[in-house]
Design a protein around this ligand. Structure first.
Ligand code: HEC
Length: 105
């Protein structure tokens, strides 16, 4: 929860992304390392590594940005299609964090 509050503070203090047109929105790399990577590592990497021969390889920032663009990662997460039914689900706040990050908010 503290981490999420910190994240919100960070969002409110950085207005740069809101001023840019959506089309050049690039999810922040620093936020990726602080907040996104841990979620992906705990919930997705077991399946989405290079070894697994998956459409979406989620081991790096670039891989995730590519999956956002080409494999509708955000929608998979919001619709709870990923992680799949037999894996532990993401929490509301984890889903929120990924959604906001993907939207560059
Ligand atoms: C238990 C294994 C497993 C886990 C854990 C898992 N995935 Fe997947 N994922 C799959 C499989 C298998 C596919 C390909 C088949 C499909 O689309 O259902 C896939 C496909 C995808 C795709 C591509 C969908 C498309 O457009 O084809 C994305 C994006 C994705 N996963 C994101 C994630 C994210 C983000 C997480 C963690 C929050 C995650 N996955 C966790 C097994 C997994």
């Amino acid at each position: 929860m503290t981490r999420f509050l910190f994240f919100s503070l960070f969002l409110f203090s950085s207005c740069t992304w809101n001023e840019l047109p959506k089309i050049i929105c690039v999810p922040d790399e620093q936020v990726y390392f602080e907040l996104i990577q841990p979620i992906i590592e705990n919930n997705c990497i077991s399946c989405h590594s290079t070894a697994a021969n998956m459409p979406a390889v989620l081991v790096s920032y670039d891989g995730i940005v590519e999956a956002l663009r080409n494999y509708s990662l955000k929608e998979e997460v919001i619709n709870r299609t990923m992680p799949p039914p037999l894996s532990p689900p993401l929490s509301e706040s984890e889903i929120n964090i990924i959604q906001k990050w993907a939207d560059c908010e």
